[in-house]
Design a protein around this ligand. Structure first.
Ligand code: ADP
Length: 319
């Protein structure tokens, strides 16, 4: 392989830039030319493709977002759209593509590979919802943003003796809620992977209140439903003063943590190695601190799981 491309697609996540940098530098290290595809799959269709040099990815390792920009493309979901994209790549002599993104982007990468164009997926999403890796790029940074918010809200919650409901992102996955709840000492964590009983939530709150607790923090994963609706229900059931904070998009931005930068560097470089080895249709990941890769199709069919014992622990530590 003499020329490869790299793109970011779907929702951005902190560390995508570090992954792009790793792809570019690793490829150049192996005397392979690298092309950046701007604005995801839509940019691929439109031919927004530029050659990247060592310096093109200078000074980005610490920046959130993605220097290649990203987009969502309906056209790419059609076979004609994908064919146009492949023609754009072929016209430049590009033989393989690294796709950095979430599960939607993976589906696109899988389709391209089925059309005969080798792609390797790098898991870039704050949600940590891609199977075949312990962590996705951006999860750790998002988690630290959430922790910072929880700590600040805790100050107010204590001062005013209130209950706070904090809604966090994660789409259908409860990882951000579970990890941030455990790290932030939340009294209750609601995640889509586990059912909850309102009576149980209320009795926990009352128990804490009766033993003189000044505040309570409840983390609600967006996959469970609206934090605002949950807070209304809770206020009716407890008559305790409840406030809601929906953290929203602050969770997607910011400078990536050291962990995310290292993860992105390792995964981005590994993706290039796989293309060099002629392996398309793979997804790279990290398991027990070792680099792994799996068939993209197989990854997409695996169910997402949370650490059951961590969920149990969060309950035990917040009695
Ligand atoms: P994410 O990658 O963050 O999950 P999306 O789900 O929005 O984000 O997917 C990003 C893009 O990937 C979509 O806009 C579309 O262009 C492409 N994509 C998603 N699903 C498919 C599919 N089934 N076939 C082809 N392309 C897809």
């Amino acid at each position: 392989m003499k020329k490869i491309g790299v793109l970011t697609s779907g929702g951005d996540s902190p560390g995508m830039n570090a992954a792009i940098r790793a792809v570019v530098r690793k490829a150049i290290f192996h005397n392979i030319e690298v092309y950046g595809v701007y604005q995801g799959y839509q940019g691929l269709i439109n031919g927004q493709i530029k050659k990247l040099e060592l310096g093109s990815v200078g000074d980005i390792i610490h920046r959130g977002g993605t220097m290649l920009y990203t987009s969502r493309s309906e056209e790419f979901k059609t076979a004609e759209g994908r064919q146009k994209g492949i023609e754009q790549l072929k016209s430049l002599g590009i033989e393989g593509l690294v796709v950095i993104g979430g599960d939607g982007s993976y589906r696109g990468a899988k389709k391209l590979t089925e059309h005969g164009f080798p792609c390797v997926g790098v898991p870039g999403t704050i949600d940590n919802d891609i199977p075949g890796t312990d962590f996705t790029i951006g999860f750790d940074t998002a988690l630290n943003t959430v922790i910072d918010a929880i700590d600040k809200i805790r100050d107010t919650a204590t001062s005013h003796e209130r209950t706070y409901v904090i809604e966090v992102m994660g789409r259908h996955a409860g990882d951000i809620a579970l990890w941030s709840g455990l790290a932030g000492g939340a009294e209750t964590i609601l995640i889509p992977e586990a059912d909850y009983d309102m009576n149980d939530v209320v009795s926990r709150l009352k128990r804490g209140h009766d033993r003189g607790k000044k505040h309570s923090i409840i983390i609600v994963a967006e996959g469970v439903g609206s934090g605002v609706d949950f807070a209304k229900e809770l206020t009716e059931a407890t008559q305790l003063e409840t406030r809601v904070s929906v953290l929203g998009y602050i969770q997607r931005g910011g400078s990536p943590t050291a962990f995310d930068r290292v993860l992105a560097s390792r995964l981005g470089a590994r993706a290039v190695e796989l293309l060099i080895e002629g392996k398309g249709g793979r997804s790279v990941g990290i398991e027990n601190n070792k680099l792994v890769d799996y068939d993209i199709l197989e990854i997409l069919e695996r169910p997402h799981k949370i650490e059951e014992n961590m969920y149990q622990l969060s309950k035990e530590l917040s009695i």
